[in-house]
Structures are given as structure tokens and as C-alpha cells.
Design a protein around this ligand. Structure first.
Ligand code: MG
Ligand code: ZN
Length: 396
């Protein structure tokens, strides 16, 4: 009897954990191994004309699991052109973590957010589980506005690495709690449940409101917000796939940039195309291509802003590649893409880094992921003082 009870509890616990990861099931359907989408979008040409040497604003865009094959799937799907083609400064990132040749998104995100390589699963902490200041916190300390946008839950590993400090990525409720320890101005993503349906019984949306946030779940309402503090929780857990979320990512990108740009001191934002990774885990070419196009259209929104502004650096990269994807066939005229994958998990290859705007020339050549984090942090800081980093209060 005791044994059965234990087993039942173990199953319940594992289901709860796995529920977060059910995007990892490999698809068996042949129809999903080929992308046959017919809708394409026009890509504008943007010319870099920086008004300054150092960026006042930084837009970091992370395509989770986005290697060159994923990008080329998108490029073929859109008949040979992407917004990404406007980026003239290109480099590569070595994605390895402190304890594994193959990184996960938590260690990958933390390297980019803090400039430290850490162990797989770590959120904003180093190999000794000591909290390290993230670029978002450092930017806040510099008087800049800050934001996070994601198509997954906003508490999921990638966005979490920029705002939370927890020993494990699975501590979703603690990660949600960490949002309240910062003064982040705008965040839009899924994860409503980690703020409201919690083991401690707290409703963190009430705390957010007390801090002055408008808390919204409907994208049409979120889009109407033009100033102030915004918490947009667009899904109970993760947002649905691109075809079912009505341009949530490009619309959120535009909304967030509009709000953040009102701060005279500038801003930092991280925008994640989370589900390129999930298409890779599922070995689903169709999923990869659709998410890639959605992410690229969000890059277009960032370019619209940056070109107009002239003091904004955009860096587009990935935390790792997913699936060991290869493009086995395609057609630039029709947009058809055939992909193949060697596994259902992350791979160890370098991922590309694209940069546009003031400071972009620093992101060429082969870099370790943590170097990219360090470069971004040094660019967001006004003065080169170590004091600034040390004064970020992580004990709050
Ligand atoms: Mg992610
Ligand atoms: Zn993954």
C-alpha cells in the first residue's frame, strides 16, 4: 500500500515536471518533415547609419535552437530573403556550458545574460550557485528601461536567465517571484500560471499591480498600452505555435519597443523566438520553418525601430542548435523545404551571431557565448566601472 502510494506520488510529480517539456516528443508524421507553406512576406532593405559609436539601446534577440539550417529553412521558405539578410556583421558563437559540451537553454541563456559560463540548468547563477548580475539588472542600474518578450512562458529558461537567480530552471514559481525583485518595465509572454496558480497560494499579479504594473492577458489589450509598466501574460503556460498565436511575437516586439523607447536613458530588451527549438526537438521541419519566419518578422520590427532611432544595437543569435538539422532539399521558387535531423536534442555546433547598429563590429569572428554576454554588458554600461556591476543589489 505504502509502495503504491509512493509510486502514485512519483508519477504525479514526474507528470508535473514533464508537462513543461511535452514539446520534446519527436514527430512521426512524414507530412511535417517538409514545409510547403505558401505565404511569404516582403522584406525591406535597411541601411545602417549609426548616430553614435556606443549604443544607447540594446535589443538582444535569441532564436532558441536556431542554427544555420534553421535559418536557411526560413530563408528558403520566404523564397530567398529574410529580414536577417540586412545584418552585415556576422560571427559565430561556441555554445558549450561550464559542465557539458552540449548546453541547455538555462546555461546558454545565463552565458549571454551574465557573461559567465555555468552548469546546465542554472538560472542567473554561476557554477557555485552564486547569483551573477545580468545585463537586464545592470541596464536597470544604469537608469535604462528594461524588457523581456518570449513565445514560451516568460518564466522558462531563456527569459528567466535574464531576470532570475535560481539554482534550477524547474523552479518556475521562484523564478516568477524574482520578477518582482526587479523594476523591469515590460514583459510579455506566457506563464500566467506561475504567477497565479502557486503552491504558496500567492497571486503575484496582485503584487505586480501594487508595484504599478498593468497586468493583461489579451494581446489586443496589450497592444494598446503606450506607456507605464506592463506585465503581459498571454498564455496560462506556453503560447501556442506560430500559426495559432496571431503574430504575438512581432506585435509584442513593436509594443515593447514603443514603451521602452520613451525612457531618455535608453533601454535593454531580450526578445526570444522560443519555439524554433521545439520544432528541432520534434524533428518537425514545418514547425521550425514557421517559427523561424515568425521570429524573422519580429526582427523586422526591431529593424524598423533601430533604423529610425540610430542609437540602437540589435544582436540576433541562438543559445544552441537543436536537432542537428540538415536541409536535404528545397526550392527557392516555391518555398518548399525538406529537413532532416540526427537527434531530438541540442547539438554542439557553433551558432551564428548577427549584429546591426552602433557596436555591431564587435560581434564578428568566433566567440564563446560568454564573451558575447561580456561584450553586451560592457556596451550597455555608460562608464567602464566595476562598481556599477557590484552595486546591483541581488539580495532584494
Ligand atoms: Mg528558450
Ligand atoms: Zn531545447
Amino acid at each position: 500500500m505504502k509502495k503504491q502510494l509512493f509510486l502514485a506520488i512519483a508519477i504525479l510529480l514526474s507528470c508535473n515536471l514533464l508537462a513543461q517539456e511535452n514539446y520534446k516528443t519527436i514527430t512521426k508524421e512524414d507530412s511535417l518533415k517538409t514545409y510547403r507553406g505558401t505565404t511569404t512576406y516582403p522584406v525591406k532593405e535597411y541601411r545602417e547609419s549609426p548616430k553614435s559609436k556606443k549604443p544607447k539601446n540594446i535589443i538582444l534577440m535569441i532564436g532558441d535552437g536556431m542554427g544555420t539550417a534553421q535559418i536557411f529553412a526560413g530563408l528558403t521558405a520566404n523564397h530567398g530573403n529574410l529580414f536577417l539578410n540586412n545584418f552585415k556583421h556576422v560571427g559565430f558563437s561556441e555554445t558549450q556550458s561550464a559542465n557539458h559540451y552540449i548546453t541547455d537553454s538555462a546555461a546558454g541563456g545565463t552565458a549571454l545574460s551574465s557573461g559567465y559560463r555555468t552548469y546546465n540548468g542554472a538560472i542567473g547563477v554561476d557554477t557555485d550557485t552564486i547569483a551573477q548580475p545580468t545585463i537586464l539588472e545592470i541596464a536597470e542600474n544604469e537608469g535604462k528601461a528594461t524588457g523581456l518578450v518570449s513565445t514560451s512562458a516568460i518564466t522558462h529558461a531563456t527569459p528567466a536567465s535574464f531576470i532570475a537567480h535560481q539554482p534550477s530552471r524547474n523552479m518556475y514559481e521562484a523564478i516568477a517571484g524574482d520578477f518582482l525583485k526587479t523594476d523591469i518595465d515590460v514583459f510579455i509572454g506566457g506563464g500566467y500560471k506561475h504567477f497565479t496558480d502557486r503552491k504558496d497560494g500567492k497571486d503575484l499579479t496582485a503584487n505586480l499591480k501594487k508595484k504599478g504594473y498593468v497586468v493583461l492577458q489579451d494581446m489586443n489589450e496589450i497592444e494598446k498600452v503606450k506607456s507605464g509598466k506592463l506585465a503581459g501574460l498571454t498564455a496560462f503556460e506556453h503560447n501556442p505555435v506560430a500559426s495559432k498565436r496571431d503574430n504575438m511575437l512581432p506585435r509584442s516586439t513593436k509594443t515593447a519597443l514603443n514603451i521602452l523607447s520613451q525612457n531618455k536613458e535608453g533601454f535593454f530588451i531580450m526578445i526570444e523566438g522560443s519555439q524554433i527549438d521545439w520544432g528541432g526537438h520534434q524533428n518537425n521541419t514545418n514547425y521550425v520553418a514557421e517559427e523561424m519566419l515568425d521570429f524573422d518578422r519580429s526582427i523586422g520590427k526591431a529593424l524598423d525601430f533601430a533604423v529610425n532611432n540610430g542609437e540602437t544595437l540589435i544582436v540576433v543569435t541562438a543559445d544552441h542548435e537543436t536537432g542537428g538539422m540538415a536541409i536535404t532539399n528545397g526550392d527557392m521558387e516555391t518555398g518548399k523545404v525538406e529537413g532532416s535531423f540526427i537527434e531530438g536534442d541540442h547539438s554542439g555546433v557553433m551558432v551564428p551571431v548577427f549584429a546591426f547598429g552602433p557596436g555591431a563590429d564587435q560581434f564578428s569572428g568566433i566567440m564563446k557565448n560568454e564573451e558575447i554576454g561580456k561584450k553586451l554588458i560592457s556596451l550597455i554600461k555608460d562608464k567602464e566601472t566595476k562598481k556599477h556591476v557590484a552595486s546591483v543589489d541581488l539580495s532584494k
